[in-house]
Design a protein around this ligand. Sequence first.
Ligand SMILES: Nc1ncnc2c1ncn2[C@@H]1O[C@H](COP(=O)(O)OP(=O)(O)OP(=O)(O)O)[C@@H](O)[C@H]1O
Length: 302
Amino acid sequence: MNKNAVLLYNAYSGHQEVVSNLDYITARIQDMGCNLQIFRSQGKGSMEKYIMEKIDSDTTEMIIVSGGDGTINECVQGMIRKKLTHIPLGILPLGTANDFANSLGIPSKLSQALDIIANRYYDLVDIGNVNDNYFVNVCNMGAFSQVSHEVDTELKNKFGKLAYYVKGFDVIQNYQDMDLELITEDKCYSGKFFLVLIFNGKGAGGFMKLAKDASLFDGLFDVVCFKNLAFQDMPLLFLKVLQGEHFDNPNVLYFQTKSLTINSQQNIQYCTDVDGEKGPLLPLNISVIPQAMKIFMPSTSR
Ligand SMILES: Nc1ncnc2c1ncn2[C@@H]1O[C@H](COP(=O)(O)OP(=O)(O)OP(=O)(O)O)[C@@H](O)[C@H]1O
């Protein structure tokens, strides 16, 4: 008997490419020999609710999610909470930046992403836990954390990553440094930071060299922290980030860890971000869950 493939999609991710390709996607999944069950996201939280209530653990062979990092995040929240992590997850990276899929080498061309799923090769991928939630790609706080929350969906649909960059330029002019304490299993770092990024994946906002040596298979986060620096020093550091040459810069603190606690030194709250969505309040208790999800990917990704 054929098993089910469940397709979960966010029609508002990226350039809304999924909408005009639904017939093609359906045909490709049926060609894989699966019965198709489809859910269209009805707004924030609806996908997780659908997973909790409607996905059958025994009859589902694969779950396929279409969207960007925020949508994948919601799907993973649901799958972990419903204990469906034995089911492999396929990704159609039809979001704006698609940082998580890029980190796994999943192609952004729809036909090629479907080929990856049809090949049925999967590997076990680490997932991050922050307070009571999970993250797939990055948890961050500071200068750019509110960028993706504040970019209008329509602008994102129309201009893609450019909409993030214009907003980023806008917020950097009023940035506020953060007085933080970062505690790992064996070290404590404290000081004034401008941006703190805890990577499971390799990049954020399309900047794929931000944590270029990070691995989704090593049970570790790559933490990249930008110290408070003068506005005029930012362009040079930005160029270094583009080249992936910022790791030994004196204004950058870089380390790997399995867990991290972040406290605000003066009990001030700062905006946090989890996979492009608004994150929890401080203190943050962050830990890695090694090999938590089975994800379809190219066999060369590890
Ligand atoms: N039916 C819906 N209508 C409008 N927005 C939705 C709907 N369903 C989900 N969303 C919102 O879409 C956002 C997630 O978008 P997603 O991250 O997938 O795409 P993106 O931002 O274009 O891509 P990326 O994160 O890769 O840059 C969430 O904020 C979620 O609340």
